[in-house]
Ligand binder design. Structure first.
Ligand SMILES: [Zn+2]
Length: 311
């Protein structure tokens, strides 16, 4: 039984996940309550203990998936926008000494990629890319069951490749990154700016509301959705041109409302020098608990490897 911790921008969740990737207990607390690291640690310990009690089990290890810049092999936190007070702190060491078990940490995009690869829509695919589209775009790359890492074991950022050099400003320093064009807030910003130009008292809408309006036949909303499909398609086409993976698994709130068929049509307009039609697009299959399940798989991925000497 693995204790799983998901550290996100709005909440910190913890749970117990069994050997088959099933969540047996789950608890959460707002991230707001954990701005200071000692509070965050206290909450994580409490949530894990309560979850273990609910599932009537003892932890044999702990896996963590976290937003932002983290150092998987030292366990240290880097610059995380939501948790500035955590910089330099080390939940891996602290939870290991608290519970007396081994603890592993990865970026949450990598954690979800590992979860989908082991237990979800990426099963038995040797070249897999996982992409999540919500308030940001993140993801991970899994090759033959191994997480792809860059130099210094860095996590690659699939959301930050430039699609329109004159597009909206991105948090990374460039303009027009995939993340600056195809997230929910990017879609809403475009819609709201254009609604302002055509209506006298427009109300700022969220991506979810725009999807609903589009279904009701609202023309500008339909245009926003078509534009969303176009930018999602461009980003995926870039990944396909660069990697030609077996499958790309798509998760995140935006994907609940998008048609893969519409995105495929965008990809088919280009990509003529690679067998793009062989890259399957699939929706993530682990559901609401995907992050926790991914966090548990972080532990299996790290320590099963070292058990066989492959790390
Ligand atoms: Zn960027």
């Amino acid at each position: 039984m693995i204790g799983a911790v998901d550290i996100g921008g709005t909440k910190i969740a913890a749970g117990i996940v069994d050997e088959a990737g099933k969540v047996l207990a789950r608890l959460e607390t707002p991230t707001e309550a954990a701005r200071a690291y000692p509070d965050g640690l206290k909450h994580m310990v409490r949530l894990l203990r309560e979850a273990a009690k609910q599932a009537n089990t003892r932890l044999s290890g702990i896996g963590i998936g976290s937003t932002g810049w983290v150092y998987p092999f030292t366990g240290e936190f880097g610059d995380v926008d939501f948790l500035p007070g955590w910089k330099g702190c080390n939940p891996v060491n602290d939870l290991a000494s608290e519970f007396g078990v081994r603890v592993a940490l990865e970026n949450d995009g990598d954690a979800s990629a590992l979860g989908e690869a082991a237990w979800g829509a990426g099963k038995e695919k040797s070249r897999l890319i996982y992409v999540t589209v919500g308030t940001g775009i993140g993801g991970g790359i899994v090759l033959d069951g191994e997480l792809y890492r860059g130099v210094d074991r860095a996590h690659p950022e699939v959301g930050h490749h430039v699609i329109d050099a004159f597009g909206p400003e991105c948090t990374c320093g460039f303009r027009g990154c995939w993340e600056a064009l195809a997230t929910g807030p990017a879609m809403a910003a475009w819609f709201n700016a254009n609604a302002q130009a055509t209506s006298r008292h427009p109300q700022a809408l969220t991506a979810r509301e725009i999807f609903q309006l589009a279904k009701q036949g609202h023309l500008l909303a339909q245009e926003a959705v078509a534009r969303e499909a176009l930018y999602l398609g461009f980003g995926l086409a870039n990944l396909i041109n660069l990697f030609v993976p077996d499958r790309i698994v798509m998760g995140g709130s935006i994907m609940k409302s998008m048609s893969l068929e519409q995105i495929r049509k965008v990809i088919a307009k280009g990509c003529r020098f690679v067998p793009f039609e062989k890259t399957e697009l699939a929706l993530a299959s682990l559901g609401e608990d995907a992050n926790l399940i991914g966090a548990a798989q972080v532990w299996h991925h790290r320590f099963r490897q070292s058990a066989t000497g492959a790390a």
